[in-house]
Design a protein around this ligand. Structure first.
Ligand code: GDP
Length: 331
């Protein structure tokens, strides 16, 4: 009998952590998750419960800004693969809390690399990098060779995480890969992000619980994919003999406005009847357009996204309507 492979995930309570856990469990892994002690128990299990896997992952209390706790987590999980998905990941919040963002989103990566190097040296490492690192880039579509131009404290922190991963690979020969993932969404996306904010509002309006939706800048364009597709790319990166960096994207870019129109139309509504643009929701610096070129992931990993934007937005609107109905029925 072969022993089960073991994976350790930071950010396991987030959207990608939940979908990645599901994929790894399906692949026969034993899954361990790092969890902040300060997070409330209710919130911790929410997404894992939604996928029906909360009982099947083992949670370890540790914090990305506390190296000893990460060393202990490595000793307990004895991972073959480590996925660093934990971060302060809200772009707008990163202007309000630039130090926390830097400590967790940048310093946390260094701590994880050190913890792997010292306590799990054979483990393969995945770093969740972000298309936000391209920010103000004038080059489109963006691939692994496109110069970065971060436009928020969050993006600057992610850029550090990306380069320290590359550096530890080159300095210590670690099997460390960085996935530059473009925006990826799902019914498990946090309400702070624009797709889910919109689909939740569409559901409320559809059910008569709200009438308007206040939005920020409707012009930026994003390359939106489905998180379920994107976690498969993360896993594939760690199955390769050689570590490398990969852009993960659909190659299609859509404006916030068109995505919004799509969500309202799915529920038989017209966005123009409900959306109010509120300049207070604009950001100090905006990323106007992101569009990824995932040729390397396609060629080397054999990865292709399977879920279209229309299908994803439809799934999200339907899930939000169902969630609100269930809440209403529960009184
Ligand atoms: P990001 O690409 O990681 O910043 O993902 P978001 O989903 O937070 O934002 C995507 C885009 O939607 C950005 O260009 C935002 O400025 C724009 N946007 C417009 N209105 C809103 C809003 O009300 N909330 C959020 N989160 N984004 C908005």
């Amino acid at each position: 009998m072969t022993t089960k492979r073991r994976a350790l995930i930071t950010g396991i309570t987030g959207q990608d952590g939940a979908y990645l856990s599901q994929l790894l469990l399906d692949e026969g892994y034993e899954v361990f998750g790092v969890m902040r002690r300060s997070a409330s128990a209710e919130v911790i299990g929410e997404r894992l419960r939604w996928l029906g896997i909360a009982e099947r992952v083992r949670l370890i209390g540790a914090n990305l800004i506390d190296l000893p706790s990460l060393l202990d987590a490595m000793a307990e999980a004895r991972p073959d693969e480590v996925y660093n998905l934990g971060a302060q990941s809200f772009v707008k919040t990163s202007w309000q809390q630039p130090y926390v963002t830097t400590d967790v989103t940048a310093g946390g990566v260094l701590n994880m690399l050190e913890a792997v190097r010292r306590a799990a040296p054979k483990a393969r490492f995945y770093q969740a990098s972000s298309s936000e690192m391209y920010g103000g880039s004038k080059i489109s579509p963006q691939n692994e060779d496109t110069p970065f131009y971060p436009r928020s404290p969050y993006a600057v922190a992610k850029l550090y995480g990306h380069w320290i991963t590359v550096n530890y690979r080159e300095s210590f020969g670690m099997h460390a890969s960085s996935g530059i993932l473009f925006n990826h969404e799902s019914p498990l996306r946090g309400i702070e992000f624009v797709t889910r904010k919109v689909t939740d509002a569409v559901a409320r309006i559809k059910l008569g619980l709200a009438r308007e939706l206040r939005m920020g800048n409707m012009e930026p364009m994003r390359d939106w994919g489905h998180a379920r597709d994107y976690v498969r790319a993360m896993w594939l990166m760690l199955q390769q003999d050689k570590p490398a960096d990969y852009v993960v994207a659909t190659g299609r870019t859509t404006s916030v406005q068109d995505m919004c129109a799509m969500a309202f139309a799915h529920a038989g509504l017209n966005w123009r009847d409900h959306v109010v643009v509120d300049p207070a929701l604009f950001r100090p610096a905006e990323v106007d357009r992101l569009q990824g070129d995932a040729s390397r992931a396609r060629t080397v990993l054999g990865w292709v996204p399977k879920i279209s934007l229309e299908a994803m937005i439809g799934e999200m609107v339907d899930a939000d309507i169902e969630r609100l109905r269930a809440r209403r029925a529960a009184g």
